[in-house]
Design a protein around this ligand. Structure first.
Ligand SMILES: [Zn+2]
Length: 287
């Protein structure tokens, strides 16, 4: 029982260390440190991603078109291989809705809504968004959340054994898990996590050979778009204000200007845009 009570300060120190480690030094790529409370292996994370992906793909219509699938995989794998966790098996899929949005699951699953492909004006914009989502995976954002919940539930179970929590309190806490949709897809990342994903994405984009100004351009278009539009609501709800993100990224690029000769656009991107316009409309309204 004594050991149970002594865990609280240890957990607090571990969580604080994780938060402090997430603040990057400007002008340098953030160094991702896996917190010690996240004891899940890459294999366990990929298994969790696989299960979550099955749940997600029951809810969302996945666009099956060999040309678009091949194109998205072609650029996505380049981003993934230039990321700081290239050992994961990455999968990039298109969701057949008009929402301007993208999201990722632990273990290497990245989903881009068709509306985002239609909205992006140049290839480096699309790559910037993919690299941001890969950044969330690289920095273990969702997995750290899972690990924290798992730790809390373990402590709570021990608390019940010690007699200072009742069944209802434990039940209430565990309900927060709620499956993949609640844990990963509808989850709003913290401001620090979003900044970290933006910065990791910026450096990853450049290493993969594209202009990191693409994400800035994309966010600029989002900021100018009708922000009350249903198509933009999920993106805006789940991310910090586009203008704030642009400011932060501009400061970063001023301190560390990108190399010359990076790719901005491509014929393949134009072809993918033309292809998506030829497809029948999505099967269901945007979620
Ligand atoms: Zn994000």
């Amino acid at each position: 029982m004594r050991a149970t009570y002594s865990r609280a300060p240890v957990v607090a120190v571990i969580l604080l260390a994780g938060i402090l480690a997430s603040f990057p030094v400007r002008g340098e790529e953030p160094k991702v440190v896996k917190p010690i409370y996240n004891t899940f292996s890459d294999e366990e994370e990929m298994a969790m991603g696989r299960n979550a992906a099955a749940e997600v793909e029951k809810k969302y219509p996945i666009l099956q078109d060999v040309i678009l699938e091949t194109y998205l995989d072609h650029i996505g794998q380049k981003v993934a291989q230039a990321s700081r966790r290239p050992q994961l098996v990455y999968r990039f899929k298109l969701v057949d809705t008009l929402a301007v949005n993208a999201f990722s699951l632990p273990g290497g699953y990245v989903y881009v809504h068709r509306g985002l492909l239609e909205f992006a004006e140049t290839e480096d914009e699309l790559v910037g968004v993919l690299a941001h989502e890969v950044g969330h995976i690289v920095a273990y954002h969702s997995m750290n959340d899972v690990a924290r919940r798992w730790l809390v539930s373990r402590v709570m179970h021990e608390g019940k054994k010690a007699g200072w929590l009742d069944d209802q309190q434990i039940q209430d806490a565990l309900q927060q898990y709620g499956g993949a949709l609640l844990l990963f897809v509808d989850r709003k990342f913290s401001r620090e996590e979003e900044n970290e994903a933006d910065l990791l994405g910026l450096y990853n984009t450049e290493r993969a050979g594209w202009d990191p100004n693409g994400l800035i351009a994309f966010l600029g278009h989002v900021g100018q778009f009708d922000t009350t539009s249903d198509l933009m609501q999920i993106f805006l709800r789940r991310h910090p204000l586009p203008g704030d993100r642009v400011d932060m990224l501009r400061v970063e690029l001023k301190q560390r200007p990108p190399s010359p000769g990076l790719t901005k656009d491509s014929f393949l991107f134009k072809a993918a845009k033309a292809r998506v316009r030829m497809l029948p409309p999505p099967p269901a309204p945007s979620p």
